[in-house]
Design a binder for this molecule. Structure first.
Ligand code: PLP
Length: 456
């Protein structure tokens, strides 16, 4: 087939597949059935010598791959913290695929660079961060934490006359790293990748919801990075940012906020109070693939003082044209990369400020309804449902694990498991624009049916 003709055929086939997949997304088991996973293995064949018709390749991918997908893009997926993909952000993802832009350099993609700069401005306003804040568009909150903490490391060591980017960490002055006992593992991983060590941290005790008790920070002095969190991955709880930043102001400290999903609460007048004080921090990490509902992958690193971010991330070579324009590669670990700003732009443009606030508020309200329904039926809800996260216990650890397994096999909805302060629990995270009250009712009914019929 001629190349152009072949491209037309692929686009037609793609459109058919997309409709077929999305129209039936809620009719299927949320987690693929064993037979679908078995069927997927038919793709495991020796790679043939001759080229194949691309249309056939895509057809095969849909036939054998689509049934094996987890329908996390659907209405009743409550695992981890996985947002859906808004129609506009999904559409933009496809357009971005067609454009195939290298977002690293303005010279390689003026449109991507322009949209990222615009998104930086919109997001800083929307999330109510200091006006001068710079943003880097990365793969997710893990890399956003890494990027922000690299900027923090640079700033604190520079103050002590040490250039960490040039000289490394072997002879560097010490920096103390302060985290809450409930720090997310991605922060620890970022610290390890930055040569600061997972275990080289001072752990501050937390309360019953996982919030740092900031008094524990008061007795620490010297150059420090305080890693706070808004939105605990289990409970959804927020560290008391006002108090933490107030203590930090009397120390030589950089405050970093891991707000993988919780930072979006600052875009809602109803939930903004939870973030009180975050403007006084120095850096913030968040995910767009969580609560902004853009397709994977998409995270954002925000740093108040741009020069620290740029010092930590930039590189130069004669062939990389660098004019006066914002060059995205100065803000993130990568040089070449996907143009993530395109989907973020589309999500923001389609939602508007009110639409985003409504999405967050609706998810939180649905999480409350979910918790109330299960609690009224006699199940134990372990957390204060202040956001979109619900932790449920079905009894002892084995019973809860069995219930989770049955719920996952049942296929009406999907929820994961966790341990919360020594108690085995099921996690529910309501994070998708698609989820409705009907979905919560259907999911709660399925859970209660399983409890009544199979768990007892
Ligand atoms: C609080 C928190 N931080 C960081 C992360 C890591 O995010 P990602 O998986 O996008 O790297 C998560 C993921 O759930 C999270 O909840």
């Amino acid at each position: 087939m001629q190349n152009e003709k072949c491209m037309d055929a692929i686009l037609d086939e793609f459109s058919r597949i997309a409709k077929d997949y999305l129209q039936h997304i809620n009719d299927r088991s949320v987690f693929p059935l064993p037979e679908d996973l078995e069927k997927m293995k038919r793709m495991d064949i020796p790679l043939q010598e001759d080229s194949l018709d691309p249309e056939q390749v895509i057809h095969e991918l849909h036939e054998l791959g689509s049934p094996a997908t987890v329908t996390s893009a659907g209405n009743r997926y409550f695992g981890f913290v996985i947002g859906g993909a808004l129609p506009a952000s999904l559409g933009a993802n496809l357009v971005a695929g067609i454009w195939d832009q290298n977002a690293g350099i303005d010279a390689a993609s003026p449109v991507s660079c322009f949209l990222e700069t615009l998104c930086q401005k919109w997001l800083v306003q929307l999330l109510d961060l200091p006006q001068e804040t710079a943003a880097g568009f990365v793969t997710g909150a893990t890399m956003a934490n890494f990027t922000c903490l690299a900027a923090a490391r640079h700033a604190l060591l520079q103050k002590q006359g040490w250039n960490v980017e040039e000289n490394g960490l072997f002879q560097a002055p010490r920096i103390k790293i302060i985290v809450g006992e409930e720090v997310h593992v991605s922060v620890l991983k970022a610290l390890s990748m930055l040569g600061m060590g997972r275990n080289n941290v001072i752990k501050i005790p937390v309360d019953s919801q996982g919030r740092m008790k900031p008094d524990g920070i008061r007795k620490i002095s010297g150059p420090s990075i305080i890693c706070a969190q808004v939105g605990n991955v289990n409970t959804g709880a927020f560290d008391p940012m006002e108090e933490i930043c107030e203590i930090a102001a009397h120390m030589d400290a950089w405050v970093h906020v891991d707000g993988a999903f919780g930072l979006w609460a600052n875009a809602s007048s109803h939930y903004k109070h939870l973030c009180k004080g975050i403007q006084k921090a120095d850096s913030w990490a968040t995910d767009a693939h969580k609560w902004l509902n853009v397709p994977y992958d998409s995270g954002i690193a925000f740093v108040k003082e741009k020069q620290h971010l740029i010092s930590a991330m930039s590189m130069n070579a004669a062939y990389i044209v660098s004019g006066t324009k914002r060059q995205p590669y100065h803000y993130v670990p990568e040089l070449s990369r996907r143009a993530r700003g395109i989907e973020i732009w589309a999500a923001l443009r389609s939602l508007g400020t009110k639409g985003l606030a409504r999405l967050i508020e609706r998810n939180c309200q649905l999480a409350s309804v979910f918790a109330e329904t299960l609690s009224n039926a006699g199940l134990r809800v372990l957390n204060d449902v202040a956001l979109n996260q619900v932790l449920v216990s079905f009894g002892d650890s084995d019973t809860t694990k069995r219930a989770i397994q049955k719920i996952q096999q049942d296929g009406v909805c999907w929820c994961g498991g966790t341990e919360w302060r020594g108690i085995t629990a099921m996690r529910i995270s309501v994070s998708s624009w698609r989820t409705t009250e009907e979905d919560i009712e259907k999911s709660a009914n399925a859970i209660l049916r399983i409890v009544n019929e199979e768990i007892g």
